[in-house]
Design a protein around this ligand. Sequence first.
Ligand SMILES: Cc1ncc(COP(=O)(O)O)c(C=O)c1O
Length: 381
Amino acid sequence: MGFGTDAVHAGQEPEPQTGSVTIPVFQTSTYQQAGIGDHTGYEYARTQNPTREALERNVAVLEGAKYGLAYGSGMATISTLAQTLKAGDHVICTNNVYGGTFRLFDKVYKNLGLTFDYVDTTEVDNIKAAWTDQTRLVFVETPTNPMLGITDLAAVSKIVHELGAKVVVDNTFMSPYLQRPLEFGADAVLHSTTKYLNGHSDMVGGILVTSDEALHEQMRFLQNAAGAVPGPWDCWLALRGIKTLHLRMQCHESNTRALATMMQDHEAVQKMYYPGLPSHPGHELAKRQQKGFGAIISFDVGSLDAAQRVVQTVKLFTLAESLGGVESLISHPAVMTHASVPKKDRDAMGISEGLVRVSVGVEDVEDLAADLKAALDRALN
Ligand SMILES: Cc1ncc(COP(=O)(O)O)c(C=O)c1O
């Protein structure tokens, strides 16, 4: 089936009792049993929920995976993944990951005995250099947030498998419409469903999909045992959002290309990070690995003062954390999403005080371009 057909239908049969075309929100905590030990397969809603299962089946199909498991947030997903490891295990992680991922690893799982190295995974040799006998997991985010570095998923998967560990990819920035990491050999893919999959900025959730049965069974055990499950209503909202994922991504994409063209010639923009530009170091790789360049642009206007003027002038771009919704958002990574990353590390990665990130929505592109141009003009004086 084509992507759009799967987005609308995969994992969701009409409900048998009434024929309801959309999967109902099974808003229950428990299920009636006919006798002791005689149940329908549904016992308790932390363990099983039909609305959640529909979402899990749907995203698994979209990513080309056998199995999916949903969690209460993107962070709950990553946290559950970390719980598959044990004290002494070593993780190699993309250095420019989402700040919350770094915080979770550095402030929580490090205390519980996992060890971490953060390397620039856009250079595959950095992974080899950080390798130890205890390395069990390589956690890759590509493109990265907010610098949009591109990691070669096929090359990383090959090396990591030769060395004997697993590769898990945070595919939140791309969505399965633009990138399917399992096709390049990754062992599992995860998403903050809060972002493009839901696409309407009205829920928080996460999901991990894989065809690795052992990893799936561990993640399933932990979904129930540690209990970081999403509510059925949020799963339903994610499922509804996914039905238009392909349409939204096409619009996000083309809007972003147009804005990038306008911005690259603007005097206020001192540096621009967008994989769609031929000058971007990951441009050729992105063309091979992705079906498009995504809808995030980061750009440096030189100072906190200029960044303040940009975010205060825009009217259509809402100043807010997050990304991937139909509405355009603007944020200041150093203060907002990446404050937990030490300043020296932020500086080394280019997350300067003048850096601004936009998540381009699906509004009319002429309106977005006019709004952003006015804000960039304002950054100059
Ligand atoms: C790339 C990436 N991964 C994970 C997360 C965390 O997801 P959530 O906010 O749903 O916990 C985010 C949130 O911004 C993100 O941008």
